[in-house]
Design a protein around this ligand. Structure first.
Ligand code: PLP
Length: 373
């Protein structure tokens, strides 16, 4: 069995689960690691406590490996939003972002602008919601100092082209919310300055497994405004308040959760062994399967067809009369998806089996057959 085969075989969620963009059922390896570490932390043995604490370093190293970055530029976070908030509060000047971004960015940016006045928000509202290089180029001004985007848009599934965005923005900062694609698709993270993510969706690591990477330019230009006592380094700063660390460590408040780090490290080891490029090609095939059934039963798809511009999210935009019957049919066929407004977000993973896809096809067929043409 290859590492990819064992990765594919490790998906043991019940059939019908097509909501990996919302929450990723934990992998068997993550579940057993969590149990073992919990037991170790119950012994009161210093060696056991240290063994579990070691997972923090491992997780940072594995994130760095997948990013192609140095481990000291990676800092664990409680969530994606925590990492993005650290970055956004420390900015000065114009920050360009999409009005339709996931609220992690829009809310943090608005709060930072209101509280500190040092960030000026430059909202863009692309017609189809996609932060393409053209959209960004047209919206840039001399005051733009940073651009924030999602690697994969949570609504449409559009995958940003980081390399092209870098070409367009010159040496301005590029801040990336990578939660919907990290470890699942290859991305030019070297083109970014800050990358934030979280392991509770596609990585199958559960919540609390966030991380953030701050590259050289980010470390020079982003102030660690929200830095707490753990942001000064390893020494406990008593009777004195030293400056924040010069590394990414500055962008943290308190200590990381080693149990969460253990889950993240285990999940990342599985991904690294299977290979991100291999995962990407299987994921592209699963997303194509979803598109195949949507096309067959006449349900419009808003996600780009080009595999390079999508990852695991496929968003259906049924005719208004079909939206409610389609959502009901999916639920009746035992399928879990996200239905928001009149759109239905379907997110398979590489381990999504033929049984689930068959149920999906049946659910769409049932609505199509009831349609009055
Ligand atoms: C694009 C995007 N960013 C951020 C989040 C929230 O992430 P977290 O819970 O790690 O803060 C989500 C959750 O769905 C998301 O889709």
């Amino acid at each position: 069995m290859t590492d990819l085969d064992s990765y594919l075989a490790s998906f043991d969620a019940e059939p019908g689960y097509l909501d990996w963009a919302a929450f990723g059922p934990l992998s068997p390896a993550v579940r057993s690691e969590a149990q073992a570490d919990t037991e170790l932390l119950g012994t009161g043995r210093r060696s056991g406590i240290q063994l579990v604490a070691e997972h923090t370093r491992e997780a940072r190293e594995l994130v760095a490996e997948l990013l192609g970055a140095a481990a000291d530029q990676v800092v664990l976070q409680p969530s994606t939003t925590d990492g993005l908030t650290q970055a956004v509060y420390g900015l000065a000047g114009g920050l360009m972002l999409n009005r339709g971004e996931f609220p992690s960015l829009t809310v943090a940016a608005t709060r930072a602008a209101d509280a500190l006045g040092s960030v000026q928000l430059q909202w863009v509202e692309p017609a189809d919601g996609a932060m393409t290089p053209d959209v960004v180029r047209r919206a840039l001004t001399d005051d733009t100092r940073a651009v924030a985007v999602s690697l994969v848009d949570f609504r449409s599934g559009y995958r940003a082209d980081l390399t092209a965005l870098r070409e367009v923005i010159g040496d301005r900062l590029l801040i990336v919310d990578a939660i919907q694609g990290f470890g699942m698709v290859e991305a030019d993270y070297g083109a970014a300055d800050v990358v934030c993510g979280h392991g509770y969706k596609w990585l199958r690591a559960g919540r609390g497994t966030g991380f953030a990477w701050f590259g050289e330019r980010a470390l020079e230009r982003i102030a660690p405004v929200l830095s707490g006592f753990r942001g000064v380094g390893d020494e406990l700063p008593v009777d004195t308040v030293p400056a924040p660390a010069a590394s990414a460590q500055a962008f943290t408040v308190s200590g990381p959760d080693p149990l969460a780090a253990a889950r993240l490290a285990t999940a990342l080891r599985e991904v690294a062994a299977a290979g991100v490029a291999n995962i990407e090609s299987v994921l592209a095939a699963r997303a194509s399967d979803v598109m195949f059934f949507a096309d067959r039963y006449g349900v419009p798809v808003v996600t780009p067809r080009d595999p390079e511009r999508r990852a695991g999210i496929v968003t259906l935009a049924p005719e208004p009369r079909d939206a409610a019957p389609l959502a009901a049919s999916l639920a009746n066929h035992g399928l879990t998806v996200t239905a928001r407004a009149s759109r239905i977000r379907v997110s398979p993973h590489v381990g999504t089996g033929a049984d689930t896809m068959r149920l999906f096809g049946d659910a769409l067929a049932a609505v199509a057959s009831a349609r009055v043409w």
